[in-house]
Design a protein around this ligand. Structure first.
Ligand SMILES: NC(=O)c1ccc[n+]([C@@H]2O[C@H](COP(=O)([O-])OP(=O)(O)OC[C@H]3O[C@@H](n4cnc5c(N)ncnc54)[C@H](O)[C@@H]3O)[C@@H](O)[C@H]2O)c1
Length: 257
């Protein structure tokens, strides 16, 4: 028996990147997994592929910035798989705005995806977790919650908010055996990171520079983040809540100056 057998999980932004790796890993560990995404083509394709391997994965088309989509997705998950034991709030996107130039709508959109969506997800799974005596939520924050670089406004603010949200929920729901933790990935080999490298004047040199800066001399894979998420939601992590776990190949330990 795998360590998540008998559990039901929701993963947001599950169609690609870190979310897809988490969907895959939780399903491999025995969970019934609902993958939520706005990218229905990719999300369906991944779910079909995992189903063909005998894994229990359901794709649900949902925009996590819309409260009604989240409510409906939780209901659909419960109807297919039963009550939700695990929620991974993963959907998110970098933002590169100038604070003096960005519009209020741009701010709201960034906060809606990178911060508010995690609260909305929690809002619709916490009541049943509380009734049933436990559950686990993991918020995929970022190293930018602690340390950031120029031009990452307001992503760093949203991701720092997400770790604050993690702590509040951990305290408010700890007495109900609901654990809430954050993972802070550093550079992770996803389409966005590959795209960033490809847009540099010398992509190979840019990649080498980034890798040389990492204490482990490599950047993480989505599977590296997924294995930590699978650990955090498992009974192996039953005494961990309110924690921020960096998966950053050591970058957050480094003094830049
Ligand atoms: N890749 C990195 O280096 C890195 C580093 C630190 C943190 N992160 C965080 O990890 C998470 C995943 O990042 P990634 O690089 O895998 O991203 P990605 O862009 O590869 O995948 C994100 C997924 O979320 C989906 N999505 C976007 N908006 C959505 C919405 N409104 N509703 C539902 N789904 C939506 C996208 O369609 C996509 O499938 C994000 O929260 C990101 O901030 C990534």
């Amino acid at each position: 028996m795998n360590r998540l057998t008998g559990t039901t999980a929701i993963v947001t932004g599950g169609a690609q990147g870190i979310g897809a790796a988490i969907v895959t890993r939780l399903a491999q560990d025995g969970a019934r997994v609902a993958s939520l995404d706005i990218d229905a083509a990719r999300g369906q394709a991944l779910a079909a592929d995992l189903q063909s391997q005998g894994l229990n994965v359901l794709f649900i088309s949902a925009d996590v910035t819309i409260e009604d989509d989240i409510r409906r997705a939780v209901e659909t998950t419960e109807a297919h798989f039963g009550p939700v034991d695990i929620l991974i709030n993963n959907a998110g996107r970098n933002a590169y705005f100038d604070a003096a130039a960005m519009s209020s709508d741009d701010w709201d959109a960034s906060m809606a995806l990178n911060l508010k969506a995690a609260w909305l997800g929690a809002k619709y799974v916490l009541p049943s977790m509380k009734r049933r005596g436990g559950g686990s939520i993991v918020n995929i924050s970022s190293l930018h919650a602690r340390l950031t670089t120029e031009g990452m406004f307001p992503y760093a603010a949203a991701k720092a908010g997400l770790t604050g949200l993690t702590r509040s929920l951990a305290l408010d729901y700890g007495a109900f055996n609901i654990r809430v933790n954050a993972i802070l990935p550093g550079w992770t080999r996803t389409a966005g990171v590959d795209d960033w490298f490809s847009r540099q004047p010398d992509p190979a040199a840019a990649e080498r520079r980034v890798i040389d800066t990492q204490p482990l001399r490599r950047i993480a894979s989505p599977a590296d983040v997924a294995s930590v998420a699978a650990f955090l939601v498992s009974a192996d992590a039953s005494a961990i809540t309110g924690a921020e776990i960096a998966v950053d190949c050591g970058l957050g330990a480094k003094y830049a100056g």
